[in-house]
Design a protein around this ligand. Structure first.
Ligand SMILES: Nc1nc2c(ncn2[C@@H]2O[C@H](COP(=O)(O)OP(=O)(O)OP(=O)(O)O)[C@@H](O)[C@H]2O)c(=O)[nH]1
Length: 377
């Protein structure tokens, strides 16, 4: 072999080897996050050593929602939902009115009234109170016609639901910080749905919002929340599946402060009130969030169809996180609207919203008089 040919072969081998090495090195580099991302993660670990897990927003993107919706305006929503409430609680109202429209209110009639109230989950003490008050009024005021009896029943029911409770959502923060709303409850009560619907209510009021997906048990839950947000153009802060929920709450509020937003809505994982470890974790979520800004509202979501169990949940959650308002969901799926009275008594805090269907705007602010009127319509 001549020297030029030998040189050519050596040159070709060097070129091929060089290209191969460059390819391998290039692939290795691709797997590292960009330097700016690494810096951010490192900073977070240094800043919050108690939550060492890095949190990347929108880490697992879900399919983007193409158009941003305009949520239903409050007025139209109320008219529509009032009718639905009347339909769902119709049998309770009819039952009560049927008893009161009798020509004589004898012991049997009072007993029947009592049974109807108990069957609607009003609770024993509230039922006893209502029946005793009505009996007295019938006697003292000489009520002897159905219309007057209905008016007295209306007043007594409104009184039991306590119209003086302030039922406005406390979503305004102090010192230029956002309002922070923490949404808690047992599994499947409708927490994520409620956060999504509240975001829509706030967007319809022209407020700026960020969502915190502190349900890190299931990636699907964070996806679900993110989709709710995307539908109305609201961002979601989320963490890795199985990560620290307190960290996600902390970061969501941090984001709310940094971006000068009005409200941070934090969704939490469903937890059984009987599991003390999970309840402790919830207490921690609130404490960690409050390193950034005070939680202005803790909403406990209760499924109206769960009856007595809902009351036990209310008691235990109330002990751990100072519940300030109740959201009663699935009221469309039960005629046991009396739970409104029972749960307020149990916790001493107002029902602020009721869920009346599976639609995106099927959440209504609760109002004592409207509720009773719908019941007795
Ligand atoms: N009929 C009716 N269904 C509702 C209402 N609110 C929520 N739901 C339904 O209840 C189911 C559970 O809702 P989610 O929001 O996923 O409940 P969650 O509490 O976040 O559930 P976990 O994260 O598993 O604890 C969904 O199918 C909702 O559509 C309501 O007011 N009426």
């Amino acid at each position: 072999m001549t020297t030029p040919v030998l040189l050519l072969i050596i040159l070709a081998v060097v070129v091929v080897l060089g290209a191969g090495i460059a390819l391998i090195v290039g692939r290795g580099r691709k797997e590292l996050p960009p330097p700016s991302e690494l810096d951010r993660v490192t900073e977070e670990v240094i800043e919050h050593p108690e939550h060492p897990e890095p949190h990347l927003e929108d880490e697992e993107p879900v399919a983007p929602v193409s158009t941003i919706e305009r949520p239903e305006a409050p007025q139209g929503r109320l008219v529509r939902l009032r009718a639905r409430l009347a339909r769902s609680q119709g049998s309770l109202g009819k039952g009560l009115l049927a008893v009161l429209s009798r020509s004589t209110l004898d012991d049997d009639a009072w007993e029947e009234l009592e049974d109807t109230l108990l069957a609607a989950d009003v609770g024993v003490t509230a039922t006893d109170e209502l029946v005793a008050n009505l009996k007295t009024r019938v006697r003292v005021e000489g009520i002897n016609d159905p219309a007057a009896a209905k008016a007295a029943l209306r007043e007594e029911l409104v009184g039991l639901i306590n119209p003086s409770f302030d039922r406005t959502l406390v979503d305004t923060g102090a010192d230029g910080k956002p309002g922070v709303v923490l949404v808690v409850g047992v599994n499947g009560t409708g927490k994520t749905t409620t956060v999504g619907r509240l975001a829509r209510v706030l967007v319809a009021e022209d407020k700026t919002v960020v969502l915190g997906a502190a349900d890190t048990f299931r990636a699907a839950a964070a996806d679900q929340l993110q989709t709710w947000g995307e539908r109305v153009g609201v961002p979601t802060v989320r963490g890795p599946e199985g990560g620290d929920p307190a960290s996600v709450g902390f970061e969501a509020v941090q984001r709310g402060i940094a971006d000068g937003l009005d409200v941070v809505l934090v969704d939490t994982a469903g937890r059984l009130h009987t599991k003390s470890g999970l309840m402790d974790e919830l207490g921690k979520v609130k404490r960690v969030i409050e390193k950034q800004a005070p939680v202005t509202e803790v909403l406990l979501v209760i499924d109206a169809t769960t009856g007595q169990n809902g009351l036990t949940q209310a008691r235990v959650f109330g002990e751990v996180v100072d519940v300030t308002g109740i959201v009663l969901t699935k009221l469309d799926g039960t005629a046991k609207g009396g739970i409104v009275i029972a749960v307020q008594r149990e916790l001493g805090v107002p029902v602020k919203f009721v869920g009346l269907g599976e639609g995106a705007d099927d959440l209504a602010p609760f109002d004592a008089e409207e509720f009773v009127d719908a019941l007795l319509s």
